[in-house]
Design a protein around this ligand. Structure first.
Ligand code: M6R
Length: 648
């Protein structure tokens, strides 16, 4: 989705902005642009449809330079991908705006501005912001006050960076519903929608709170909070946080694609997600972080320099959980579906899983004692965030409206909106995930979900009785990175198998029990990056319809670990084979399945049935990767998709 990078420096900023745009490319976009105020005081702009490379070509023809600038990658929402719709948008040749998100009331504002004589040159919702700011400046307001007055009139979610030709030493940013960070440098400061954009110039960031504005001048950064019915701006102090990953962590290293690098990183990042979270008694509750205003924060936490969780309160909260409501989108939703099996069987707690875009728009009944659990790699997915905000609103309205005990986010991005707005969070330490297809984020989410399941089980126990299942699972978790390494060793075999898929138009994925969501995840990966239509079914559903699709042109991928459902799955596979279907089975060494005519078996390392979903996800990731490479698609930035879906 759209990306913002902007800055004010004491040197030419154009190269920093272009490098920042390259670093935002992974998010998905269709056009790019940049504007600077040049040394002669002129507002200059360049825009191009397509990749940032196209913008660079344009800049080679007509270079831009200046110490202040705003730049953007656009993912079209209002108006097709075209140069005139690309950002930055200007007003009166003196205001330049870049914008992420959607201005919902843009049509009414456009009518009003046209009535006032403004001429629009794009179909975007963003252009209204440029003209509104211009109108406020004309009425005599300074830029921060003008932006504040304008944002007060905007409905929807947005992040903005704005500059004014007459004031080349002032850059203003505003955040409302879309992420925005301030990059803190030495004598130069920046704004971006994602810290990754700025890693070459700084590793220190201020994460703006909802509703914050920032004014950047040569004197420094001033974060402004809107108070008094939003028309007053009060300076506030926000913490400066050091980014924990290196610039290299966001690079491709020796790999051809980010996706492959990220698949191969899994043993290491799974170890990191487990590290320091286990002790001989079980899961350490200190692993859960609390947000600044959380009722679970220890009273003396802030004195220790970091807000920490009150372990006694959290133990009580976990003991009180009667139900878990899991909300997520895409791959994260599949992780949630696996967790449902674990929560019910391991922790004995009923769980419901729903995609955020459905949950947020229906009337719901929350059972008392419900823990609201969100899953997200980015922590910025619009629907997931909206679902969280919705239940928080219900909780504020009183017990008759909502019964959610607390909100817990399992997330990969420390300063993300989801983490900051949830009561509790458990970070996955997958490191930056750049490939649009989620891989290491998924398996680390599963590990974090197993830790949460065990923590809930612990809280329900008496703390005295020896808990054999917990002990066994903890042991197996410690061994998991090693098993994943063995799983990755299947890469060569899977690369060969991929050749059998590259000319197919459809593929069916089958799984049972907690492997059904893994079949769904395998299908999502394949369609997402190879553009092959793929569907997943719980294998027991085959006879209820999809069996009609089976013929020799329909490859059927099955996930077959050693568990209680194995014999039943084998019968389902026989049904496929009897109708001429080509089977590709990822199976446990103990599953006696013979390869032969129409049956390909890939033996996956043996693993305990609870952790099998994590292990079986890996060969399916490799399969879709190799099919996509053979088909020559854009593996890391598949068509039409964005890494982080920050608009509805
Ligand atoms: O950042 P999130 O985990 O909230 O993102 C959710 C989905 O958009 C994401 O998992 C998407 O489905 C991936 N591209 C799948 O590979």
């Amino acid at each position: 989705m759209c990306g913002i990078v902007a800055g004010l420096a004491q040197r030419d900023i154009s190269k920093i902005l272009i490098e920042g745009l390259h670093r935002l490319e992974y998010r998905g976009y269709d056009s790019a642009g940049v504007a600077v105020i040049d040394p002669a005081g002129e507002l200059r702009r360049a825009r191009a449809v397509g990749k940032v490379r196209a913008l660079e070509d344009e800049l080679r023809e007509a270079p831009l330079s200046g110490a202040i600038g705003v730049a953007h990658t656009r993912w079209a929402t209002h108006g097709r991908p075209a140069q005139h719709n690309a950002h930055p948008h200007l007003s009166s040749e003196r205001v330049a705006v870049v914008h992420n998100g959607i201005i919902e009331n843009h049509e009414a504002l456009r009518g009003e501005l046209e009535g006032a004589g403004y001429v629009f040159t794009s179909e975007t919702d963003t252009e209204v912001v440029a003209h509104l700011v211009d109108r406020e400046l004309c009425s005599g307001l300074a830029l921060p006050e003008a932006v504040n007055a304008v944002t007060a009139r905007l409905d929807g979610a947005f992040a903005l960076a704005v500059m004014e030709q007459r004031n080349p030493e002032l850059l203003v940013g505003a955040r409302q519903g879309s992420p925005l960070v301030v990059g803190v440098g030495i004598d130069e400061h920046f704004i971006a929608s994602d810290p990754l954009a700025l890693l070459p110039v700084t590793d220190r960031f201020v994460y703006l709170d909802e509703g914050d504005m920032v004014a950047i001048t040569p004197a420094g950064i001033q974060v402004l909070e809107r108070t008094g019915d939003r028309d007053e701006l009060t300076p506030v102090t926000r913490e400066v946080v050091r980014y924990e990953h290196s610039v290299e962590a966001a690079g491709k290293g020796e790999y051809r694609h980010f996706m492959m690098k990220e698949i191969m990183e899994q043993p290491r990042v799974l170890s990191r997600t487990l590290a320091e979270r286990l002790d001989p008694q079980g899961v350490r509750l200190e692993a859960f972080d609390v947000s600044r205003h959380s009722f679970l924060a220890a009273d003396n936490g802030a004195e220790k320099g970091k807000q920490v969780v009150d372990v006694a309160r959290l133990t009580q909260l976990f003991a009180d959980v009667r139900q878990v409501q899991i909300i997520a989108c895409g791959t994260s939703y599949h992780a949630g579906m696996v967790a449902r099996y674990w929560l019910e069987e391991v922790a004995g707690i009923p769980a419901q899983v729903e995609v955020a875009s459905e949950f947020r728009y229906r009337e719901r009944v929350a059972a008392p004692g419900t823990l609201f659990l969100t899953l997200s790699q980015s922590g910025e997915t619009a629907d997931t965030l909206a679902a969280l905000r919705d239940i928080q609103k219900l909780n504020r309205e009183g017990p008759q409206a909502g019964h959610y005990l607390a909100s817990l986010a399992i997330c990969n991005v420390a300063g993300s909106s989801l983490v900051r707005e949830s009561d509790l969070s458990l970070l996955t330490h997958a490191g930056p995930e750049i490939g649009v297809a989620s891989t290491k984020a998924f398996t680390t989410q599963l590990v974090a979900l197993m830790l949460t399941t065990l923590a809930l089980r612990q809280a329900k126990g008496d703390g005295q009785t020896d808990d054999l299942l917990s002990r066994q699972l903890l042991m197996r978790l410690k061994d998991l990175p090693h098993v994943i390494e063995q799983s990755l060793a299947l890469d060569g075999e899977i690369a060969q198998l991929a050749e059998k898929f590259m000319h197919r138009h459809h593929t069916l994925f089958l799984g049972r029990g907690s492997q059904y969501p893994i079949a769904m995840e395998g299908a999502l990966k394949l369609k997402e990056i190879s553009y092959i239509h793929a569907e997943a079914y719980a294998a027991g559903e085959l006879k209820h319809g999809p069996l009609a699709l089976i013929d020799e042109d329909m490859p059927v991928v099955a996930v077959a670990p050693m568990d209680d459902l194995m014999e039943k799955l084998k019968s389902n596979l026989q049904e496929v084979r009897a109708r001429g279907g080509q089977l590709f089975v990822f199976a446990d060494p103990e599953v006696s399945l013979k390869a032969g005519e129409g049956v390909h078996v890939v033996t996956v390392p043996g693993v305990c049935r609870f952790l099998a979903p994590i292990v079986y996800a890996v060969p399916l990731q490799l399969l879709s990767y190799h099919v996509a490479v053979l088909k020559g698609t854009d593996v890391d930035q598949p068509r039409n998709l964005a890494k982080s879906v920050t608009v509805e």
